[in-house]
Design a protein around this ligand. Structure first.
Ligand code: ADP
Ligand code: MG
Length: 346
């Protein structure tokens, strides 16, 4: 946590003082936000569109470690993970609400940092903070954010819309956020043993940024509109490619074949994985937190994405009986497993 010279106790403000302080910097920018903070409810004009709603909760010690995550980054990321879910529906996020439980371990300056991060994300993505709740916690920090988005009903893309033989496509590259976390955890362990040792984070800029300051793929949704491409199914990659590919297949009542050699992995992610004696593909398949978009398209739409630097075709959908398979570099077939992070680190 960044050291601050000033420390103002939260108790000096009280709940209402804190809410006033938090919300002083909020400016509404979306015409659909009719009423923001300050009444019993926020009021939203759907403007003839269909609305989508999603919530994500982050718990200190479970989802984040303030030992190496600055509060400003935490606030930013807490918003991003929600916006990513809205983009995964092919919708535009417009509002968020933020509920926090906070202990007296935190100062007013710490809360300011957290909200500065959240409001930076809001401004970057054109989203309004329209409400929330503030309560005390006996120990850790809990942040629960709800994002509300909108789209034309016929433009919304579900996990369940994939068809047999559709192509499985991913944006960006994978495994970086997981490798960034490995680097942070390694340096934290070194620091615990000897606080005089400065953390060595050099050469890992990209993967640290992927872990600490992820972005949501707003640009991809805009590209779809430009390309006149409507994915048949879509999900964002929060838990790892393997589990997300299986979600699309299962919800669409199909199987999937995913080709190991096609998985896009950045050179720095590759190098870091080798440093840690980890298989880069395994990191991409099970690491999670990449917040890229995984989607399916009809084969007839392949020309629309061909040659795009943003997209990689990594497999295709099959009949349900074929199951969910990973094809290795030798052509061998393995049942996909949704291992998640714990399996990787255990
Ligand atoms: P109520 O008692 O009606 O729940 P509150 O006193 O909790 O109202 O909140 C007052 C206003 O401040 C409401 O508009 C609420 O949405 C907003 N608010 C409360 N806490 C937060 C927070 N942590 N972040 C953003 N807005 C908040
Ligand atoms: Mg309240």
């Amino acid at each position: 946590m960044s050291e601050r010279t000033q420390r103002t106790e939260l108790s000096t403000l009280g709940e209402f003082g804190l809410i006033d302080r938090i919300t002083a910097a909020v400016e509404l920018q979306n015409p659909s936000s009719l009423q923001g903070i300050g009444d019993d409810c926020a009021v939203i004009d759907p403007q003839g569109l269909t609305q989508v709603v999603t919530t994500d909760m982050l718990v200190e010690g479970v989802h984040f470690d303030l030992g190496y995550v600055p509060l400003k980054h935490l606030g930013y990321k807490a918003v991003i993970v929600n916006l990513s879910d809205v983009y995964a529906m092919n919708a535009e996020p417009r509002q968020i609400t933020v509920a926090i439980a906070i202990s007296n371990r935190f100062s007013l300056e710490a809360v300011d940092e957290l909200y500065a991060g959240m409001l930076t994300a809001c401004n970057t993505y054109g989203v309004d903070l329209v409400g929330g709740d503030t309560t005390s916690s006996t120990s850790g920090l809990v942040i629960s954010i709800t994002a509300i988005g909108a789209a034309k009903k016929e433009e919304i893309v579900y996990r369940h819309g994939a068809k047999e033989n559709d192509l499985l496509v991913v944006s960006g590259d994978l495994g970086g956020a997981f490798m960034g976390l490995q680097v942070l955890e390694r340096e934290k362990a070194v620091f615990k043993q000897d606080p005089n040792v400065q953390p060595d984070l050099s050469g890992f800029d990209y993967i640290l940024q992927r872990q600490l300051k992820p972005e949501a793929r707003k640009d991809v949704i805009a590209l779809f509109k430009e390309m006149q491409l409507r994915p048949t199914a879509m999900i964002d990659i929060s838990d790892g490619l393997a589990s997300e590919a299986m979600h699309i297949a299962r919800r669409s009542e199909l199987g999937v074949k995913l080709y190991d050699e096609k998985i896009p992995i950045a050179p720095e992610t590759h190098r870091a994985a080798r440093d840690f004696n980890l298989d880069p593909s395994t990191c991409a398949l099970n690491g999670g937190e990449d917040y890229e978009l995984l989607f399916t398209i009809a084969q007839a739409d392949y020309d629309k994405i061909k040659g795009s630097p943003h997209f990689t075709v990594i497999g295709h959908l099959t009949d349900k009986a074929s199951g969910c398979q990973l094809i290795d570099r030798q052509g061998g077939q393995h049942a996909l497993k949704a291992q998640g992070w714990d399996g990787l680190k255990g």
